[in-house]
Design a protein around this ligand. Sequence first.
Ligand SMILES: CC(C)(COP(=O)(O)OP(=O)(O)OC[C@H]1O[C@@H](n2cnc3c(N)ncnc32)[C@H](O)[C@@H]1OP(=O)(O)O)[C@@H](O)C(=O)NCCC(=O)NCCS
Length: 78
Amino acid sequence: MMRRGRGLFGPMGVDDTGRGQGIGTRLLLAGLGAMRADGYAYAIIAGAGPVAFYEKTVGAIPIPGSEPGLYRGMLRRV
Ligand SMILES: CC(C)(COP(=O)(O)OP(=O)(O)OC[C@H]1O[C@@H](n2cnc3c(N)ncnc32)[C@H](O)[C@@H]1OP(=O)(O)O)[C@@H](O)C(=O)NCCC(=O)NCCS
C-alpha cells in the first residue's frame, strides 16, 4: 500500500463561531507536538490557509513552488 502525506500536518480549521479564542493555536500546537513525539524533526503544514496564522503562531515559512501540492483540488477555503 502506498502511504502519502507522512510528515504533513493539516489541513485544519476552527468553526467560525469559535475563532479568536485560542482554539486554533492549541489545536496546531497539539498536532505538531504529537508529530514531534512520533519522531518527526520537521513538519510541513499542508493546505495552509491563512498562511499568516501559521507564520505568527509557530514561525512557519512558505515553501516556494509548493502550491497546490498533495491536496490539489480537494480543499475549499472557508
Ligand atoms: C486560521 C484559524 C485556524 C485560526 O483559528 P483561531 O482559533 O481563530 O486562532 P487563535 O484564536 O488561536 O489565534 C491565534 C493568533 O493568530 C491570529 N490569527 C487568527 N486568524 C488569523 C488570520 N486569518 N491571519 C492572521 N492571523 C490570524 C490571531 O489574531 C491570534 O493572534 P493574537 O494571539 O495576537 O491575538 C481559523 O481562522 C480557521 O479555521 N480559518 C479557516 C481555515 C481554513 O479555511 N481551513 C480549511 C483548509 S484550507
